[in-house]
Structure formats: structure tokens, C-alpha cells
Design a protein around this ligand. Structure first.
Ligand SMILES: Cc1ncc(COP(=O)(O)O)c(C=O)c1O
Length: 419
């Protein structure tokens, strides 16, 4: 049979393979342990932290979708990131982009600064000179997130991989924003792909999970050993849910992307929007690279509101369909304020360097009817226009989360730990 397409791989994973009862849908193996065949005669499985049939099926499917030799399914996206970092020692240098997901940034900076787990170099891949900067560091691992969270900046994966090869460095790509349906970093030269499967891969905002996929079998085996050793493998029930969600990844994403194109077109004409960030826009600086390395522009977009940050509560509370929430990639539309939510673990200076301004808003567009989505945004913009007018007339500012409050959240470890 010819090589199967992503939609087929996802839909058919484990279907009609049950040898016990002929179940069409693969069963969920909720067991922590497995009976030995006899004394000193273990079976294929012995303990679910190490191996579980439900988790293995999800891992094999994700490895095939990304074109990798081995996948390790982890408890969260962050534990997939942590797993990749096990390949580094204190003398090694990790290069990260200046505008990655806030939680990843927190992991990298804290492991480097507080645990001395590796040396850290932060690079702006959007500026000329990034290659020279990396060459001078003697990098062992280069981390990419493209499109980046939340500004959808694009990095040329092939160019970075060519440089990495000349330095004998590994390239890890966080592919959460696109999924293997829209981008396959291993085929572009990367060594490892990580995902927060919490997002598009599961697609229904009802579990948290992660995966790490290696191009090289031996490296995969080493990291699988580490995943078992650290105890960060995914729970069987979560794997079952993720596999169920994964079956519809391709059609979900197709519809979400179609809706996003229309939402972006609407936003670009909106007077209360100062700037729209979406790689599908021809004037986006990464448009040409995105076109060459992606199969689509995805279903995430961001924009800067052309108003004072004090109107943000008016905008968010007026929305009925876009739910104000942290995550992304589910079938329901979500909206977030990266500065105080997903990227709150970056300090003010890091946010400023990354271009995350006080009125930056990020959308994860779902599968709802797009006319309903546009009407929802329009009435929220109308509410903002009304609030701006009132503010001008009464010279009384609309109350909002002050940046002071945001700063307190960020600095309070008990609260920021959740982000
Ligand atoms: C790009 C990216 N990578 C990694 C993560 C971490 O994933 P998780 O929340 O599943 O631990 C996230 C979470 O938002 C993300 O957006």
C-alpha cells in the first residue's frame, strides 16, 4: 500500500485490531501492572509507568504522523520539553528563541539559572546575525517554536538545521501550534519534535498531555528510558482521550483554519485593531518561509487593540463565543491576553523584548459557524468603541487590571505556578 496520508493515519489508528473480541475501537487498558507468564517470565508489559498498550498505540500513531522513529507520550507538554532537556549536561549550551511559550521560557531560564542544568543563550531568530550568534556559543541544542506563541513569528527550520549540522547541535521544534498535519519539522532536518497534545492533537480541551518524537531510534530509546526514570509518561486514560481526539485532527484543523482566514480578514479591516499577527498575511515578515515549510497557516492569530489597555475588561466581558481562557487548539474558540495569562511567567523586560504589548490579544479559532464568530467580535468591538467614547466624554478612565496587579500575579510563585 502507498504511504498513507495524515487523515488516514489518524482516523485508522488501532481500528479493527482487537484480537480478544474483535472490537473495532481499540480498548483502553486501565491497569497499573501486568501478570507474569510464570516466575521470571515477564510478558510484553510489566508496569504502566514504563509501558501501556493504550499509550503505545498513541505513541506509534504520533511517530508515524511526524515521520519519526520513536515517540514518547508524556503527562503534559511541559514534561515533553523537560524530557528533551535530559540530553544536556551543565557544560552544554541550549539556544532558545526570545519569544517562545511563557511556560517553556520559565522552564529553560529556571533550570539554567537555579539548577545550572545547562548554559542558556536567548536568540532573536527574526534579526540578521542569529546564525553568527549561535555559531559563537558552541550550541549543543537549538530550540525552535514556529509559529511562535503568541506573535506567530516564523523561523526557517531548514536554515537552522543546516547550521546546527555544521555545529553537531541538535534541533528541537515545538510543533504545538501547527500539528503534523500542517508542518513536519523532522522532514525539514530537525532531530526532535515536541507537542503539547493538550492543544490541537487532542483538540477538545479535556485533558493535558505531551509527546516527544525522535528521528533517531537510539535517541528515542534513551529518552524513553529517561521518561520512565523520571516518571513523566502519560496516563492511559488521557492517552485514550487523546487518540479519540486525534482521529479528527485533519478535518478539525481544516475547518478551524478556514474560519481563521475569515477572522483575520475581518480583523484587518477593524478600526479598533492596530496590528494583526498571522503568517497567512502577505505582509507578515515570515509569510514566504511559512508558505514553503507549512501546509497551511494554522488557526491561531493575534492582534493589538488600537485603544488603551483600560478597555480590555470591556472587550473580554462583551464576548459571548470567544471564551477568555489560557489554552488553545480546541474545537471551541478561545481568547487570551498573553501579557497577564499565558506569558505571565516572563518578566516585563522579557515580554517587551518578545514584543508582547499590553493590548496584545491572542485568538484560538474554533469550529463554530464563522458568521457567529464574526458577529461576536463585532459586538465586542462596538462595546469598546462605546467605552472609549464614554471615557473621552466623562474624562473618567475605565477600570482595568492594572499592570501593577499583573506584576503581583507574576511575582507570586503560588499563583504563577499555575501558568
Ligand atoms: C507552544 C507550547 N508548548 C508547550 C506548552 C506546554 O504544554 P502543557 O500545558 O500541555 O504542559 C504550551 C502550553 O500552552 C504551548 O503553547
Amino acid at each position: 500500500m502507498s504511504k498513507r496520508q495524515a487523515a488516514t493515519i489518524a482516523a485508522r489508528a488501532g481500528i479493527a485490531q482487537d484480537t480478544a473480541f474483535g472490537a473495532v475501537t481499540p480498548p483502553l487498558y486501565l491497569t497499573s501492572t501486568y501478570e507474569l507468564k510464570a516466575f521470571k517470565q515477564p510478558g510484553q508489559y510489566d508496569y504502566s509507568r514504563s509501558n501501556n498498550p493504550t499509550r503505545d498505540l498513541l505513541a506509534e500513531t504520533l511517530a508515524e504522523l511526524e515521520g519519526g522513529a520513536k515517540a514518547i507520550v508524556t503527562s503534559t507538554g511541559m514534561s515533553a520539553c523537560l524530557l528533551a532537556l535530559q540530553l544536556l549536561t551543565p557544560d552544554d549550551t541550549l539556544v532558545i528563541p526570545h519569544d517562545c511559550y511563557g511556560g517553556s521560557y520559565r522552564l529553560f531560564t529556571n533550570l539554567a539559572q537555579r539548577k545550572h542544568a545547562f548554559k542558556l543563550v536567548i536568540v532573536n531568530f527574526q534579526q540578521p546575525g542569529w546564525a553568527e550568534q549561535i555559531r559563537s556559543t558552541g550550541a549543543k541544542m537549538i530550540w525552535l517554536e514556529t509559529p511562535s506563541n503568541p506573535l506567530l513569528q516564523i523561523t526557517d527550520i531548514k536554515a537552522v538545521c543546516e547550521l546546527a549540522k555544521s555545529l553537531a547541535a541538535l534541533v528541537v521544534v515545538d510543533n504545538t501550534f501547527l500539528s503534523p498535519v500542517l508542518q513536519q519539522p523532522l522532514a525539514l532536518g530537525a532531530d526532535i519534535v515536541v507537542h503539547s497534545t493538550t492543544k490541537y492533537i487532542n483538540g477538545h480541551s479535556d485533558i493535558v498531555g505531551g509527546v516527544l518524537i525522535c528521528k533517531d531510534q537510539q535517541q528515542g530509546d534513551e529518552l524513553k528510558w529517561w521518561a520512565n526514570c523520571l516518571g513523566i509518561t502519560g496516563a492511559p486514560f488521557d492517552c485514550y482521550m487523546t487518540l479519540r481526539g486525534l482521529r479528527t485532527l485533519e478535518p478539525r484543523l481544516r475547518l478551524q483554519q478556514e474560519n481563521t482566514t475569515k477572522v483575520v480578514a475581518f480583523l484587518t479591516k477593524q478600526p479598533l485593531v492596530a496590528k494583526v499577527y498571522y503568517p497567512g498575511l502577505e505582509d507578515h515578515p515570515g509569510h514566504a518561509i511559512a508558505k514553503s515549510q507549512q501546509r497551511g497557516f494554522g488557526a491561531m492569530c493575534s492582534f493589538d487593540l488600537a485603544a488603551n489597555a483600560s478597555v480590555l475588561p470591556v472587550f473580554f466581558s462583551a464576548l459571548r463565543l470567544f471564551t477568555l481562557a489560557q489554552s488553545l487548539g480546541g474545537i471551541e474558540s478561545l481568547i487570551c491576553h498573553p501579557g497577564s495569562m499565558t506569558h505571565a511567567s516572563m518578566d516585563a523586560a522579557a515580554q517587551q523584548t518578545a514584543g508582547i504589548g499590553p493590548t496584545l490579544i491572542r485568538l484560538s479559532v474554533g469550529i463554530e459557524n464563522v458568521d457567529d464568530l464574526l458577529a461576536d467580535l463585532q459586538q465586542a468591538f462596538n462595546a469598546v468603541a462605546g467605552a472609549v467614547e464614554n471615557t473621552v466624554n466623562q474624562a473618567a478612565p475605565v477600570t482595568a487590571n492594572t499592570s501593577n496587579e499583573q506584576q503581583q500575579f507574576r511575582l507570586n510563585p503560588a499563583l504563577s505556578a499555575f501558568w
